[in-house]
Design a protein around this ligand. Structure first.
Ligand code: 3PG
Length: 211
């Protein structure tokens, strides 16, 4: 099986998803797979997150599923039990990073400043989420913030304010392996059953990311 981070780097884009009902999990998985995007970050912003992960794991093992918005160790534990193969968080909590490492789960904590990055790097973090990437200043800001850490080979997944139109600028940075965002599979589109639109968004994002 491909390592989840290699798959994410290969695709160049990760859909960040807040899904409300586990009953929609398989239809959503199919929409992403149909769009050529076999990866999903299921955020722990909804009660359904763990059930969605488990439903996707059981019904569509070809989809590489991960947990997002992992804000505490209890969520991390639930995510792993439900089949998450990677995790992300908007911020850096050394205890969560350590717990993920102990569980052998590839984990990507969030950073926004050189101080965040200093602390994360000291704990061995070599893949970080740059969040919120847009309001933090875009690709120029990430270039500036990450420059003093270049010798450590830290790589980034910018999310927050990324759009289909800005994927290219982000991926032009050597230290960016992929971008993430909610525009591909919006909560309301899932709720209203607009899975065809989700497939289209996924296909369009993958196409731009590959260019
Ligand atoms: C995330 O957690 O990655 C963000 O909420 C995504 O932000 P977006 O809605 O601007 O894509």
């Amino acid at each position: 099986m491909t390592h989840p981070i290699d798959l994410i780097a290969d695709l160049g884009v990760v859909p960040v998803i807040a899904i409300e009902r586990a009953a929609d999990a398989v239809a959503l998985a199919d929409a992403l797979l149909e769009g050529g995007l076999p990866v999903a970050e299921i955020t722990f912003r909804t009660e359904a997150a763990a059930d969605v992960l488990a439903a996707m794991r059981d019904a569509r093992p070809e989809l590489c599923i991960g947990a997002g918005t992992v804000l505490d160790k209890a969520s991390l534990k639930k995510a792993i039990a439900a089949g998450a193969r990677f995790g992300l968080a908007p911020g850096f909590d050394p205890d969560i990073v350590e717990a993920a490492r102990e569980a052998d789960l590839p984990f990507c904590p969030g950073i926004m400043t050189p101080s965040d990055l200093t602390l994360a790097a000291a704990r061995g973090v070599r893949l970080a989420k740059f969040f919120p990437a847009g309001v933090a200043g875009g690709p120029k800001a990430l270039s500036g913030i990450s420059a003093p850490f270049a010798h450590l080979g830290i790589r980034f997944i910018p999310t927050g304010g990324v759009t289909e139109g800005t994927i290219g600028e982000w991926l032009a940075l050597a230290q960016v392996i992929a971008v993430g965002g909610t525009w591909i599979a919006r909560t309301e589109d899932i709720r209203e059953g607009r899975f065809k639109d989700i497939s289209k968004n996924a296909a369009a994002a993958v196409k731009v990311a590959r260019q």
